[in-house]
Write a protein that binds this ligand. Sequence first.
Ligand code: ADP
Length: 278
Amino acid sequence: ARRAPARPAATREPGGEHGTMPVPDDQPLPSPVGDVRFSGVHYAYDGGDRPALNGLSFDLPQGGAGALVGRSGAGKSTVAYLLLRFIEPDRGAITVGGRSLHDLSPAPWREQVAWVPQNPHLFHGTVAENIWLACPGASSESVERAACQASAHGFVQALPQGYDTVIGERGARLSGGEAQRIALARAFLKDAPLLILDEATANLDPESEVLVQEAMARLLPGRTALIIAHRLSTVYRAGRIVVLDQGRLAEEGTHAGLMQQDGLYRRLVGAYGRGGLA
Ligand code: ADP
């Protein structure tokens, strides 16, 4: 018989197995979040001479998936860090549903955002705890359901103690594809309206790659998503492609529309296989 994942005793709630959703410590934001808009955003690390973002403007419509593509160093991760409020723009504005991101408290804002990084951090704890941290009020059933949605349930069950298996500080026991599926399970559990997904650049084994792609496809509907895309299949699927070059918007459009132009996107696609989209 299948065992339900264990939940840390200290966080069990009087209501029993079905925990309640966490209540943000500030005014909750309306859900969905609304359109995301970058307007003339500048950002330079350490006050450096060469800005990482140099007057970047683009829109991400509510409920749509946008793929951010560009060469390494183009500024893609910086866009994600700004949206997550790890850093603040030097100039320009980022608005969400018409409200300036700057005016929102970072903690409740981050409740609205699920972030799936390339190399997710897996802390020393059980698999269940590693998923559960995305929504500490969630029940063990919800943790397992999120793992199923993320195509993680199968490999978790095959681990020596299933969901109770302790994984190392750096997730040493899990492959890159498995770690990313744990991160996707966190995103399913968090159920946030805005998703920032940084696709793994490292080669996943073919089975993991298919499972990650399928899980992503299940996660996207109904959410506004910014995908730092490194795979053509992901880029094709995104309704909107935003092409960055040296911290600026180079081009924007659909795959078909951009392929008709003799621009950077077409060159990046042409270079695909030699790391063009990385
Ligand atoms: P991408 O994600 O497209 O590869 P990044 O946003 O990581 O691009 O980087 C944009 C620019 O900012 C690059 O020139 C990069 O070297 C620089 N950069 C990124 N992170 C840092 C950092 N922590 N400190 C200094 N410079 C950085």
